[in-house]
Design a protein around this ligand. Structure first.
Ligand code: CTP
Length: 443
């Protein structure tokens, strides 16, 4: 009935060699321990979709924590175990993480291993997952390496580009799956299955979103806002009235939509530059979702999403700094200010704040300056350091900062473009500003 499929070749062709080696090692270990081991979930889905995903999830029929410790030993990694859930994370020296779970046992004991019983525990584990496309597994045991395990029609749904829940209570059991369904649908350009869509509407009628804790909603919202096209997700959620059922203030109006569209464009542009550091996209979008709201409205949102005080303070402060910056940018433009003034205005803002300013400043001539600032000026330093000032005999003190800042300003404005010019300028400033008696200085 079920056609067996082995994707060994696909694994070799689509994964880096080290990952295949690691999977092979996991399989060998399972054989030594008398276990079975499978790669599962998004990792398998993404292999079939030809999408890069190196987050490996393993399910072990056996003692998952013991398995993780042994595998970590072989791979030279560390283990963090959660006894309560019988899960563990292996952290490899290069930072790569491997999640290991223990397949839950059936409720009843089977007599000695029948062939159909062999897979029953991984089947149990897979059956509890969210969507059929996430309920695929690949066996890693040496004799079965690469065997695709598909109990629930995941392959067919990948082929048909459909997000389908495993059973009709899925969204009631875990309403965050509504947000996940839309996120996967939009990310892969899939469609929700007809029944799955009806189940979402049904969960909405049951007010399931109200039952979700702030931190779980925010966890999912952040994942959505970190997708490459979050606006499509938000609009799709809006079509089910889900955003407003999370909180009325999350509803998108025309203005916020336009800002989010621009944010998408700005982040896309910034991504192509491959600059360091990488921004936290969710933060830029979140600023967009808050646009037009005052401090107390943002407080209500932060409260619904259970922000820790520190995060709320950070965002409230950032919003203030941004609006101040917007005003000052306006007068900077009017007065045809210097590059260095722009630099010192923007440098204290986190990168996300500058990106948000760009998204807000669409059609605005200031945007060109902001993009120039990000690509050429942000993070610039003078070509001289405190050491140079020391060698000039300048006693250390607050003057160092002043001089280095003035030198940096001159560099940015093209008045002291290179190190010799900056050294000369610094020496002049030191003579001019330092009022230490010269006999002290030469001591
Ligand atoms: N899962 C679930 N219900 C949830 C969250 C997760 O059933 N509410 C299951 C899914 O089967 C998923 C697996 O747990 O494949 C791992 O979760 P996660 O890492 O969030 O999923 P990925 O599919 O890897 O998602 P992403 O590609 O966004 O990392």
């Amino acid at each position: 009935r079920r056609r067996e499929r082995n994707i060994r070749t696909l694994l070799h062709n689509s994964l880096p060699q080290e990952v295949v080696a690691m999977l092979t090692q996991a399989g060998d270990l399972a054989r030594d321990l008398g276990y079975h081991v499978y790669a599962v979930g998004g990792f398998v889905r993404d292999i079939l979709l030809h999408r890069r995903n190196l987050d490996v999830d393993l399910v072990v029929e056996g003692d998952g924590i013991y398995f993780a410790r042994r595998l970590a030993l072989d791979l030279g990694g560390r283990v963090r175990a959660h006894k309560k859930f019988k899960t563990a994370v292996i952290i490899l020296p290069d930072g790569q993480r491997i999640d290991v779970a223990t397949a839950r046992l059936e409720y009843y004991e089977h007599p000695a291993a029948l062939p159909t019983v062999e897979l029953s525990t991984v089947k149990m584990d897979l059956s509890r997952r969210d969507f059929t496309v996430n309920a695929l597994a690949v066996q890693l045991d040496p004799e079965q390496f690469g065997r695709l395990v598909d109990f629930f029609g995941g392959q067919k749904d990948i082929k048909e580009k459909t997000i389908r829940v495993m059973h009709s209570l899925s969204f009631v059991e875990d309403p965050t799956r509504i947000l996940r369904a839309v996120r996967f649908e939009q990310r892969f350009h899939f469609q929700l299955g007809g029944q799955t869509e009806r189940l979402i509407k049904n969960a909405q009628r049951l007010n399931m979103m109200h039952k979700l804790s702030g931190s779980r909603v925010f966890g999912e919202l952040r994942l959505i806002l970190n997708e490459s096209k979050p606006l499509a997700c938000l609009q799709r959620l809006e079509s089910f009235n889900i955003l407003e059922s999370i909180h009325p203030l999350l509803k998108l109006d025309g203005n916020r939509q336009r800002i989010l569209e621009e944010t998408e464009r700005v982040l896309g542009w910034y991504r192509l530059l491959y600059l360091d550091p990488e921004p936290r996209p969710w933060l830029v979008y979140f600023l967009g979702l808050c646009s037009g709201y005052n401090q107390s409205q943002v407080h209500l949102l932060a409260h619904r999403l259970a922000f820790p005080q520190k995060r709320e303070n950070f965002i409230q402060q950032l919003r203030q700094d941004i609006s101040q910056c917007r005003e000052q940018l306006g007068s900077w433009m009017q007065n045809h200010g210097q590059v260095s003034d722009l630099f010192f205005l923007l440098e204290p803002l986190p990168l996300e704040g500058v990106l948000y300013l760009m998204a807000r400043g669409y059609k605005d001539p200031v945007r060109r300056h902001l993009s120039l600032y990000l690509t050429q000026y942000r993070g610039q330093e003078p070509d001289i350091t405190g050491k140079d000032l020391q060698q000039m005999g300048l006693p250390s003190g607050p003057l160092y900062r002043t001089i280095l800042q003035r030198v940096l300003a001159a560099k940015l404005d093209g008045k002291a473009p290179d190190r010799p010019a900056q050294l000369e300028m610094a020496a002049g400033l030191a003579r001019q500003l330092d009022d230490t008696p010269s006999e002290v200085r030469t001591r």
